[in-house]
Design a protein around this ligand. Sequence first.
Ligand code: HXC
Length: 274
Amino acid sequence: MSYPESHYLSPVWRDGLFDGKVAFITGGNGTICSMQARALVRLGANACIIGRNVEKTDKAAKDIAAVRPGAKVIGIGACDVRNAEHLKNAADRCAKELGGIDYVIAGAAGNFIAPMEGLSTNAFKSVMDIDVLGTFNTIKATLPHILKSSTPRIIYVSATFHYTGLVMQSHVSAAKASVDSLMASVALEYGPRGVNSNVIAPGAIEGTEGMDRLGGEAAKQPNNSLVKEIPSGRMGTVRDIADATVYLFSETGNYVNGHALVVDGGAWRRQPAF
Ligand code: HXC
C-alpha cells in the first residue's frame, strides 16, 4: 500500500540524511515499524525488513522500497525472533547484501488482551519470548555488524504500560519492562564503543494493529473517551513515531543514550491509556 509522505514523515528533515546507511528492522511489516522503515528509506537508507510471514514481509519490503527511486529493501520472511539462528542468518544476509548494518529497530512484539487468570503459562511465555528473548536475539545477531559502523544505533519499540502496570496486560507489561532494562544494559555496556541504545515508548497510536487489539472499535471514533484522557488532546500517529526515530538515529540524537523516549501526548502521566 502506498501512503503520502506526510503520513510518515514531517517536512522538517533533509533529503539524503541517511544516505549510505542500512537499517535492520524486526516487526518491519507491522503498522508502526513499516512507517519507521519508510521514513528512514525515504531519507536515504537501505533496509532489511524481518517478519514471520513471507508473503507479508516481501510485500512490505516492496512497498517501502517504492518511497525512493534506487532504494534497496530486502524482506526476510519466515524469520521468528524467538529463533536465534533465524536472526543471525538474517543479520548476516543483510550485512552481506547491503554492505553492513548501522541502525537496528527491535520492533517485533506479541500482544493480546487477557486477564491474568486467563493466561496459561505458555501464553505468558509466548509474549515474553517474542518481546524479551526476541529483543536479546536481535541485539546478539546485529551487534557484530553495528560495531563496525561509524554510527551504531538501536531503538527498541516498547510501551508505557509497565510504568504503572495495566489490567489485562500483565504479560506485556512484564515483557516491556524487560525490554527497557535490556536497552539500559546495552547503553552502558556498548556506549563506550559508540552505540546509542534507546527505547521509543509509543502511546495510543491510531490505525495500528496494537490499537486494534487493545482499543477495538471504540478507539476508532473521533473524540472517543480515550482521547479525552490524553493531555495533548489527540491520538498519536505513526508519523509521531517515525519522526522520533529519525531524531534518535540522525545527528540530532548523538548524545541521547540509555533513554526511554515516551511519545504518548503525556498520557501515561495521567493514567494508563486503556
Ligand atoms: C489468552 C491467548 C490469547 C488470548 C493466544 N493465547 N491468544 N491466551 N488470551 N487472547 C495463548 C494461546 O492459547 C497459547 O497458549 C499461547 O498464547 C501461544 O499462542 P500461539 O498462537 O500458539 O502462539 P504464536 O503463534 O506464537 O502467537 C503469539 C501471539 C500472537 C503473541 C499469541 O498474538 C502473535 O503472534 N502476535 C504477533 C502480532 C502482534 O501481537 N502484534 C501486536 C503487537 S502490538 P496455550 O496455553 O493454549 O498453548 C503491541 C503494542 C503494544 O505489542 C502497545 C500498544 C499501544
